[in-house]
Design a protein around this ligand. Sequence first.
Ligand code: HEC
Length: 116
Amino acid sequence: MKRTVASVFFALLAMPFTVTALAADGAAIYKAKCTPCHGSDGQGTAMGPAFKDSQFIKTGTEAEIGEVITKGREGAAKKYKQFALGMPKQTMTEDEVKAVVAHLKTLAAKGKAETK
Ligand code: HEC
């Protein structure tokens, strides 16, 4: 009996870590939430700018890029006038933002944008 209680206790202890590890998969978050507007490879679409070869993504800090993701960029704050709609703010944990920014940086390092 004692054993069972102890193993349930340890299983519960381990759970939050497993969930966090899964949730903070930058590539998976990107695929689920960002691909429709920014392209599967960060190449950009008619709905959003490219990350490939983007100076902002390459040189921006995690805080600067993270702020665009969590606060969005719409209306007067918009930087690119060719996109009719803005960047919708995303609800994410700090770990998820970190993971997705790291993924954006790998996309940015991949070379020239195909669409501007
Ligand atoms: C509905 C379409 C849409 C979705 C979904 C979307 N974005 Fe955006 N995003 C945009 C648009 C449009 C802009 C450009 C806004 C502007 O004019 O400054 C943008 C801008 C950005 C920028 C700033 C780029 C730069 O060069 O200044 C970052 C970073 C960004 N998005 C990250 C993300 C991430 C990460 C996700 C997924 C979690 C995401 N976006 C999902 C449309 C979208």
